[in-house]
Design a protein around this ligand. Structure first.
Ligand code: NAD
Length: 411
């Protein structure tokens, strides 16, 4: 265990040593702004070092004159990891670090849209790890399916869309693979009338638009109490006008383009649907005519609850802002989705906010902030947002089987 922890910690050192190389490659491959790429690589380093400190201990259930009963964690064997294109390095490390600490080996397949950073990660990791421990294979959906069906693989750790997650679950059933599925979301944010619109506008903006909203936990439905609805809208638009979108390599750029043409066309289609439906935009609304897959920040003014921009995960910078007047009503609306990934509540009344949080059907609720992650904090979706946990000792345990040994003492 100690040796495995050292290997994982050494992966963090390797990432730190090659920090600038990874950041540059991530910007050019994924399209994100430099600050976002630095956040991702910094996070990957931190995760390696912190997960390397984690360990699962044996549970002595009974130890007396007649019996000794111990439950212990054993490695699963080979883990198949499949990652998406929005955070290719960090989400790979979220899987590699615990899988290796728990004693497994791994076959890792990145998204075909962003294979380069993961291939570099595999190449440099293999200068540190024993041969065969981490195997990075780049390829398309076919390769993903071969991994999920492979009888020699004992667990799949998957991050991606809910539609693909369902297929993964189906093919993993062939040999009853263990599964962790981190899937899509349609995260609500609920803004109560007692907040100061100006002071939360910046945090709300980044809750929705970080990584150009290609973020599973981006706020995708912004519910604002009618008493401050107009003011929050004005402050959000004023802040949005200060944020520069462009080539992530250039200084001062905070938002990049969408990563690929498929996603660009999907988000453009959502925008077109809103336009045809006569929705009003507080800002944005048109795809950029300049070169690249740029969709300017777009905020839609109180569209109907059944509009596509409300019910579908855009995974791009299109945010519906929705008015509410009654807390019971907004909790019902926030929960009326197949997804259950995360949510946020914004209020100066922390007890009231906590009461609302406890009634939201999601895996994570942030109060007065968003996107706080830690290697030591459990993260996972409810409902169609997934199953299983990443991070924390719960996440580490997901890379193990439990074996119980019941010993009858002589005499
Ligand atoms: P995707 O489901 O299209 O692809 C994810 C990965 O699965 C890719 O590597 C892809 O090649 C592979 N794949 C595709 N078909 C497969 C199959 N049949 N069998 C096995 N593997 C297959 O998702 P994406 O477009 O890359 O990522 C965006 C989605 O990921 C969004 O829905 C987003 O919300 C979600 N996401 C979730 C989290 C989370 O932690 N919950 C984090 C990031 C992204």
């Amino acid at each position: 265990m100690v040796e495995r922890q050292r290997f994982v910690s050494a992966l963090g050192d390797m990432l730190e040593k090659h920090h600038d190389r990874f950041v540059e490659l991530l910007i050019s491959e994924q399209g994100k702004a430099r600050s976002g790429a630095e956040w991702e690589i910094g996070g990957a380093i931190h995760w390696c070092r912190e997960i390397a400190k984690q360990a699962l201990v044996d549970e002595v259930v009974q130890d007396n004159g007649t019996n000794r009963i111990v439950s212990r964690h054993t490695p699963i064997g080979v883990v198949g990891a499949i990652t998406p294109w929005n955070f290719p390095v960090l989400l790979a490390i979220w899987k590699i670090a615990p899988a290796l600490v728990a004693g497994n080996t791994m076959v890792l397949k990145p998204s075909p849209f962003t294979p380069l950073c993961t291939l570099l990660l595999g190449e440099l990791a293999n200068e540190i790890l024993p041969p065969g421990v981490l195997n990075v294979l780049a390829g398309g959906s076919d390769l993903g399916q071969w991994i999920t069906e492979h009888p020699g693989i004992g667990k799949i750790a998957f991050t991606g869309s809910t539609a693909t997650g369902k297929r993964v679950m189906q093919s993993a059933s062939i040999n009853l693979k263990r599964l962790t599925l981190e899937l899509g979301g349609n995260d609500p944010a609920i803004v109560m009338p007692d907040v100061d619109a100006k002071s939360i506008a910046k945090d709300l903006f980044w809750a929705a638009f970080s990584n150009s909203a290609q973020f599973c936990v981006a706020c995708k439905r912004l519910y604002v109490h009618e008493a401050i609805y107009d003011e929050v809208g004005q402050e959000l638009v004023a802040y949005a006008r200060t944020v520069k979108m462009g080539n992530g390599m250039e200084p001062g750029i905070e938002l990049g383009p969408l990563q690929n043409s498929m996603q660009y066309e999907k988000v453009k289609d959502l925008l077109r649907d809103s336009q045809v439906s006569g929705h009003r935009f507080l800002i944005g609304g048109e795809a950029s005519t300049s070169k690249g897959y740029f969709i300017p920040v777009s905020i839609i003014d109180n569209p109907p609850e059944d509009a596509r921009c409300v019910t579908e995960e855009a995974f791009g910078p299109v945010l519906p802002m929705l008015k509410f007047s009654d807390v019971e009503d907004v909790i019902r609306r926030a929960n009326s989705t197949e997804y259950g990934l995360a949510a946020s509540v914004w209020s100066n009344d922390l007890e009231a906010a906590a009461r609302i949080a406890s009634r939201l059907q999601v895996g994570t609720v942030w109060i007065n902030h968003a996107h706080h992650f830690s290697p030591h904090v459990a993260f996972g979706g409810h409902k169609a947002s997934g199953m299983g946990i990443e991070n924390s000792l719960h996440g580490l345990a997901e890379y193990t089987n439990i074996q119980t040994i019941l010993q009858k003492r002589a005499g």
